[in-house]
Ligand binder design. Sequence first.
Ligand code: HEM
Length: 314
Amino acid sequence: MDANIINKIEKLQKKYDTIGQDLETHLDGLLYSKPMRYWDFVQTDALLNLQVQRTTFPDEMVFLMYHQINELLFKMILWEMQQISHHKNLTASFFTSRLGRISRYFDMLATSFDVMGEGMDVEQYMKFRDTLTPASGFQSAQYRMIEICATNLINLIDIRVRETIDTNTPYNHAFENMYWQAAGKDYKTGKKSYLLNEFEDKYKDKLVRLMKEYNTINLYDKYKSLPKAIKNDINLKNAMRHFDYTVNIKWVMHHYHAACKYLLSQENTEATGGSDWQKYMLPKYQKRIFFPNLWSKKELKNWGITNLESYETL
Ligand code: HEM
């Protein structure tokens, strides 16, 4: 018998010995099992059974599937973020390459937003959206998880109260003051909307646990803890800036323009989530910036006002 095969069998014997399993039984299992097929690996049947419309309007399918694609990409992004954050011996090249993957995924999200902006009939949208009230992308937990894994909590606190909060603030208090709470609260009474209460019932515990886990290992902290020479690596700095810009300005503006096209198509159209969305969604008001140390004073001041794309690269 080929020496390579014998070598492999010996390795298998060792593998199964260590876990108290019988090699011969496993070889029999291999003999009788069906070879892998594309649909077994990709789970196409399960995946393609998840598109359940609530109305008969064909464009509801576009809306539904594009959201599902977004959630899959969010999962891919979180997958890479976890690897950076939990890496024991982080190097500039690992950090930069994984950040590159994350940015490419977010580039896909930003540049494909025309699927929403151009891909649905306004008349159909205005009808099927009523069956989705009060649900909103605002309730995407993975989007919130990406933010928590990206930066220190202070950078996600509502800009209007940020100065009153420091690193000793209990997680619960920080959670209550995250910038996005504004979209789910009556700004006069502070009363939370049904949309926000439902979201918190389902995800608050999970998100607070994540806040604790990533308190010192989020991407920004990981970057800051690197040796100076690595931190100053121009490719790494540019990758960090690209990610920050793509998430917090580029995607946000594509999202905002799509929202305007549909929600401004009729007078007095409220967002399904019911927020003062025209103000809430703009980066110049939210000033959401993951890596503030990587931007100049001028760039910070102009966040979301001028087109940062021109000086995105150092
Ligand atoms: C025509 C399509 C869309 C419209 C009109 C729209 C509209 C809005 C509005 C008005 C908000 C503000 C909160 C509210 O009142 O609901 C919002 C938030 C949000 N939407 Fe969309 N959206 C659209 C597509 C999408 C897609 C495809 C995604 C991808 C998952 C998404 C994800 C989000 C997220 C993550 C938020 C919260 C953002 C934040 O807090 O800054 N939206 N959307």
